[in-house]
Design a protein around this ligand. Sequence first.
Ligand SMILES: [Ca+2]
Ligand SMILES: [Ca+2]
Length: 440
Amino acid sequence: MEKYKKMKSLNLLVLGIALTISCASKEDPNYLWMMAILQPLAPVGNSPQTLPGSDSPSEVPFSMTIEDLNGGSDFLFENTTTYPLRIKVRDLINPISGTLVQIIELGQQDVAGNAVFKAITDSSGNVTGSFTINNREEPKVRLQVTHLGKDYFFEINLINILEVSRDIFLFTSPLVQVPAPIVDTDGDGIQDSEDEYPNDPSRATMIRIPSDSFYTICYEDLFPKKGDADFNDYVVRVYNEEDLDSQGRVTRIRGYYTHVAKGAGYNHTLHIKFPNTVSGNYTLTRTKPNGSEYFSDSSFLQKSSSIQILPESNTTIPQSNTSQGQTFLPGDKAEWELVLDTPVSKLALGNSPYDLYIQVKNTNLAIHRLGLYKNADGSDSYLDPAGFPWVFMIPGEFSWPLEKKNINNAYSFFDDWYTSSGANYKDWYLNKEASQVVSF
Ligand SMILES: [Ca+2]
Ligand SMILES: [Ca+2]
């Protein structure tokens, strides 16, 4: 896909519609103040939206400048998308600092789910970070700004958006602002009711990635030779948790892994690496499928070093889970927690599952996901000459192909997705030929 980017600048000139859960009636002094200065201007924008659970919301004026980066992203065989985020909040005169900004994923029926990003604005009224959601036909999130006890909601349709960048003007008067009393026990700027760690100033928010279920990550192990496209040589289920501080920076990371298939003669170990600015203390435990812990370690992760998550794959799973007629049996689990020495931005950390790779014992070669390593000529080191990767990451409980089956036949829309560079059949992995894939 030819990459193109353009900046769309759209200024919703005067009044859009925001919703509040409480107050902001026509008796509200802010409203009266705003109307006094904006009387000549006619409202524009959408009809008021009704938020589930809200009390007949009133209209509260705002202005929003949309500076999103639009375009198509490089096709990296991803089934999730990470959106960099930049939000600025101000009133008519000053930036608003210390205001809570959240991104909440909206589900298929526009039902609000979990916060995928949360931070308070800095002294310039800015919040920067990123959030990741699974690909779907109509990806949407809700941007929520909480100011002076009121919640303002903006729905964002993410189609064709590469980066979310918005300036929000709240029409509140500094003359009549009375800060709502808040309880913030740890003094990190996030009130207790919004703080998932109300007694820990280094943490305010826990982000689970993906927000439910897990990723299934499938490796081919013949690198640098082309694989046989069954994507079952080494398969692991993964989810991560990130703890963010009040500025939205990552301060702790956790990873949870289950080895679920080994359709290969080779042996592998599973590892993780972070960008070379990341260091800190970590704990790691491994357990057998029956729950018995057989390994535990506490160590310091040096910059640029890696953690071995699971040992040789011939010891971490009771059977291949790739043969017809087998009853699925999960393998070992591992989990770690890394406490970062220095907080890092989500963009600098990179996206879950980070650089999660296998080391093939027989070839002594590592196999990484796309988008992390480049050859001298700029091409991706882990894309084969036919333009195919050695690693796939699929959201949820993905059924990998059985032995001697390949992914093109096991998933009839895979080729349409692949040849359209991800534009079509974004949910190709939901349409399986049951006879050709593992069942659970
Ligand atoms: Ca707090
Ligand atoms: Ca806290």
